[in-house]
Design a binder for this molecule. Structure first.
Ligand code: NAD
Length: 287
């Protein structure tokens, strides 16, 4: 049996179109959603991510403000800018592109972003809401994974879901979201014993390990749903996921490719968060 391929390009494009339509409706009411993106320094990968975020804003009709700051900017100055943006009524979302230079304390900066404008969903207030199943601004990659599964009409409720990886940006939040969707969730990590046995029991496997081809055909059960979050650059320059796609796809019922699976969902969900933040700040719901 060959697995159905979950098309992240198509699903993310659908979500961006939905955001575009809703943004147009908000604008008719005089509300223009606006995202402020702060980039510190000259990291090449971060520059690409920021450019793609701006492009997605243009596509969806969300206004974007861009702040490109010197590598050696002082922590206080960055905090001053965040405070200004926190206080501006016309700015709905604030995103500080990570990683930050070493002399700046990332956690301290993330704490300064007003939770209602935290469109990355990384502020502890929002991660707290996530853990009690009440988050509005959910971390983008994990929320995108849930959309991929739901929009493929795959039932999550009652399923055994195994998440490989426990990072604060993927593993932990996606575990919380799967739990909210009524899966029975097991989280594996670098210290987990007998990981193969645990994965073999999974109806849904989410691989967020950062090791190319970590999940092999003999580790998954027949018919499992396999979501590959990994983006690993190989020595030959090619991209590889955390799943051995070629062989696992012969056994899984559904699988996400790399690229074209989880990857494009992150920015789509960022756009959705900007829209949700703009609505909530204009009386359209609580955050
Ligand atoms: P991370 O390095 O912060 O976390 C990796 C996790 O894997 C850790 O919790 C660790 O305990 C676990 N782990 C490491 N070795 C293991 C082993 N041998 N067995 C079991 N678990 C092990 O990584 P991350 O930030 O969570 O990212 C994971 C992958 O997802 C990376 O490839 C990253 O590039 C990718 N990623 C993709 C997106 C996207 O698609 N937009 C977003 C974020 C991360």
């Amino acid at each position: 049996m060959l697995a159905n391929i979950i098309d992240g390009k198509k699903i993310s494009a659908d979500i961006k179109d939905e955001v575009k339509n809703e943004t147009a409706k908000l604008k008719e009411k005089g509300i223009e959603p606006c995202l402020a993106v702060i980039l510190v320094g000259n990291d090449a990968a971060s520059q690409v991510y920021v450019r793609n975020k701006k492009k997605a804003c243009e596509y969806t009709g969300i206004k974007s403000l861009s702040y490109e700051l010197d590598e050696d900017i002082k922590e206080d100055e960055l905090i001053k800018l965040i405070d200004e943006l926190n206080n501006r009524d016309d700015v709905n979302g604030i995103l500080v592109q990570l990683p930050l230079p070493k002399h700046i304390d990332e956690q301290k900066i993330l704490l300064k972003i007003k939770p209602s404008k935290d469109v990355d969903g990384f502020h502890p207030y929002n991660t707290g809401l996530l853990s009690i199943g009440k988050a509005v601004l959910k971390p983008c990659t994990p929320a995108g994974i849930i959309e991929l599964i739901n929009r493929s009409n795959i039932e999550i409720s009652g399923k055994n879901a195994v998440v490989i990886g426990r990072s604060n940006i993927v593993g932990k939040p996606v575990s919380m979201l799967l739990l909210s969707e009524n899966a029975t969730v097991t989280v594996c990590h670098s210290k987990t014993k007998d990981i193969n046995k645990t994965i073999k029991n999974a109806d849904i496997v989410v691989a967020a390990v950062g090791i190319p081809y970590f999940v092999k055909e003999d580790m998954v059960k027949d018919g499992a749903v396999v979501i590959d979050v990994g983006i690993n650059r190989l020595e030959n320059g090619h991209l590889a996921g955390d799943v051995d796609f070629e062989n696992v796809s012969k056994k899984a019922s559904y699988i996400t490719p790399v690229p074209g699976g989880v990857g494009p969902m992150t920015i789509a969900m960022l756009m959705k968060n900007c829209l949700l933040a703009a609505k909530a700040q204009n009386g359209g719901g609580d955050i």
